[in-house]
Design a binder for this molecule. Structure first.
Ligand SMILES: [Zn+2]
Length: 338
C-alpha cells in the first residue's frame, strides 16, 4: 500500500480541485483489468452488524457505476482472457462478495439501468440456511452486550475495553482473533463470546432477512448478472484441513450447479488476504471446476503477472469518497493496495 488512506484521500482531493483529475482521466496511464469488489450497498452507520461491510451508499454506488460505464470497457468474467490478452485497453470488472439482500434490492437495479454486468460470489450455505455470518454475529454481540469490555482469557491475550459509542474497534479486534484460529476452534470461540458478553447467540430472524434467495438470483442471471462461488459457510480456507476445504468448495459448486443450471467457473476467497488460501485450495478449486479465483488484495491485473487462481481485486470500502474513487480509476498503480 503506497500511502495510508487518509493521505490517499488528501491526494485524491488535491488532484480533483487542482484540475489535474480531468487531465489525468484523459491519459491512458495504465493498462490491464481493474476488478472492483463490493459487499453491501446502503447505509450501515447505525447497524448492529459489521459496519465495515457497507462499501458505498446507494447514491455513491450509482455514481461509481456511471463513472465506470462511461469511461471504461466494463466486462464480465467470460471476457477476462480476451481483456488480459490485449496490449492496450483499460477494463473494469465489478464484483460483489457474500450474497447480501441489498445486492438485489439496491445494486441490481442500478447495474441494470446502466446495462452493466457484475459478478456476485455467493456463500451458498448462507443463502440456503439463512444463517447469521460469524462477523455479523460477533459485531451484534459486542454492540448489544451490557458489559463495558472483555477480560483477558485463553481466547483474548489482553483485556478489551469497549470504545463507545460504536464499539467498532472492539469488533475489529475480536474479528481479527477469529481469523487466526484453526477452523476446528472457531465455533467454540463464538460460543465463548456469546457467554462472556452475556448476549447469547444472535437471533435467527437477523439471518432471515440478510440474504438474497435463489429466485432473486435466477432473476438476476436472466438479466445478465453472473454468479460465482464463495464457499458454503465462509471459513478462512487456509485454516482448514484439505478434506474440510474439499467439502466447502465442493458443496458450494454443487449448490450453484443445482440452482443455476450449470457449474460456475469463478470463485472468490473468503476474507481473501494473502494468508487466506494455500496450495490445497488452488488444487481443489481446479478439481471442482473453478477456473478463476479472486483475492481481496493486489490492485489491478496485468497479463504479465496473471495467476488465474490469485487474480487481484481492489476493495471499495466505506471510506472511499468520490474523489478517491476517481483517483483509483485514474491511477490504480498509486491508489490500490498492491
Ligand atoms: Zn466474503
Amino acid at each position: 500500500m503506497p500511502w495510508g488512506y487518509s493521505k490517499q484521500e488528501l491526494f485524491a482531493k488535491a488532484l480533483t480541485t487542482s484540475g489535474c483529475g480531468s487531465l489525468l482521466r484523459r491519459c491512458p496511464t495504465w493498462r490491464g483489468v481493474l476488478i472492483l469488489n463490493y459487499h453491501r450497498i446502503g447505509d450501515g452507520s447505525n447497524s448492529l452488524l459489521d459496519r465495515e461491510l457497507w462499501s458505498a451508499s446507494i447514491e455513491d454506488f450509482e455514481y461509481q457505476v456511471r463513472r465506470v460505464s462511461l469511461d471504461f470497457d466494463v466486462i464480465g468474467p467470460n471476457d477476462l482472457t480476451h481483456a488480459f490478452n490485449q496490449r492496450r485497453g483499460r477494463y473494469v470488472m465489478l464484483t460483489f462478495d457474500d450474497g447480501y439482500i441489498d445486492n438485489y434490492e439496491f445494486a441490481y437495479p442500478i447495474l441494470k439501468a446502466f446495462n452493466t454486468t457484475c459478478v456476485f460470489f455467493l456463500t451458498t450455505g448462507f443463502i440456503d440456511q439463512r444463517s447469521v455470518p460469524w462477523w455479523d454475529e460477533i459485531a451484534w454481540m459486542v454492540r448489544t452486550s451490557r458489559g463495558s469490555g472483555l477480560a483477558a482469557s485463553e481466547w483474548i491475550p489482553e483485556p478489551i475495553a469497549f470504545d463507545e459509542p460504536d464499539r467498532q474497534r472492539a469488533v475489529k479486534l475480536l474479528l481479527k482473533r477469529y481469523k487466526i484460529l484453526n477452523g476446528s476452534r472457531t465455533k467454540a470461540y463464538v460460543e465463548y463470546l456469546a457467554d462472556a458478553l452475556g448476549t447469547g447467540r444472535a437471533p435467527t430472524e437477523i439471518g432471515d432477512r440478510l440474504w438474497m434467495d435463489w429466485n432473486q438470483i435466477r432473476e438476476m442471471q436472466r438479466d445478465g448478472m453472473v454468479f460465482g462461488g464463495h464457499t458454503s459457510t465462509h471459513p478462512i480456507l487456509a485454516n482448514l484441513s484439505r478434506a474440510e476445504q474439499d467439502v466447502e468448495i465442493g458443496t458450494c459448486q454443487a449448490r450453484l450447479t443445482e440452482e443455476l443450471g450449470h457449474p460456475c467457473r469463478w470463485f472468490s476467497f473468503p476474507v481473501g488476504g494473502r494468508g487466506s488460501f494455500n496450495n490445497d485450495t488452488r488444487e481443489l478449486l481446479a478439481y471442482h471446476g473453478f477456473d478463476w479465483s479472486f483475492t481481496y488484495f493486489g490492485g489491478y491485473g496485468q497479463a504479465a503477472k496473471l495467476d488465474p487462481h490469485a487474480v487481484p481485486r481492489t476493495a471499495v470500502e466505506t471510506h472511499v469518497t468520490r474523489d478517491l474513487f476517481d483517483a483509483i480509476l485514474t491511477l490504480p498503480q498509486c491508489f490500490t493496495r498492491g
